[in-house]
Unconditional design. Structure first.
Length: 202
């Protein structure tokens, strides 16, 4: 009988949210149109990518960008070879494949937004699992558990809102010319929120 092997990317037997086509198109777009990297890095961190090899490739791109070096097939491949990581990403042939699967490099920011949204959904799933474990800890103080649960969700919401607004292609003002709203405020937990009512129904 076949067995299901668990991995960091699987919850039960369901694959977590991801879009590998968008990730590949984005990485290829950056190598074809490196000037877009300044905006992409405002939206994404290496951990926003689903497979490890995409995280490694993107991290190398960030390093090249931080030094003002070109970001293309040759430079990315050289950076990965320098760090002995080229075999872990599928070799130079995989980098070439990334260039070939790009529908349009002009859509790089669109691909980046897809990748970001999938990452947020994965973080929500991970947080929900963590909150579930907190709920089973019956010996813990209820208000402390609620505070921890709220902080988990608040951190995701704040990070997502900040990065979405940081991209230069994302509107920062409303049509009326007013500043766009900032990240949502956290609603602090209040003590005795679960206090039972003293009145009874006769």
């Amino acid at each position: 009988m076949d067995t299901v092997t668990k991995s960091p990317f699987i919850t039960g037997v369901r694959l977590q949210p991801q879009n590998l086509d968008a990730e590949r198109a984005l990485l290829g777009s950056v190598m074809l149109q490196p000037n877009v990297m300044a905006e992409i890095q405002e939206l994404l961190q290496p951990e926003d990518f689903y497979p490890e090899k995409h995280r490694v490739i993107y991290k190398s791109m960030l390093e090249l960008s931080s030094k003002g070096d070109p970001i293309d097939l040759v430079s990315v491949s050289a950076k990965l070879k320098e760090k002995n990581q080229i075999p872990h990403v599928g070799g130079s042939s995989y980098l070439t494949e990334l260039l070939q699967v790009v529908p349009s490099a002009a859509n790089a920011l669109y691909y980046a937004e897809i990748v970001r949204k999938k990452s947020v959904l994965r973080r929500l799933i991970e947080s929900a699992e963590h909150i579930s474990q907190l709920g089973y800890g019956e010996e813990s103080d209820v208000d402390t558990v609620v505070d921890q649960a709220q902080k988990k969700i608040f951190d995701i919401s704040t990070s997502s809102s900040h990065r979405a607004l940081s991209g230069s292609k994302v509107a920062t003002k409303t049509e009326a010319g007013e500043p766009a709203p900032g990240p949502p405020r956290r609603i602090p937990a209040t003590r005795n929120r679960f206090r039972p009512r003293s009145d009874t129904i006769s």
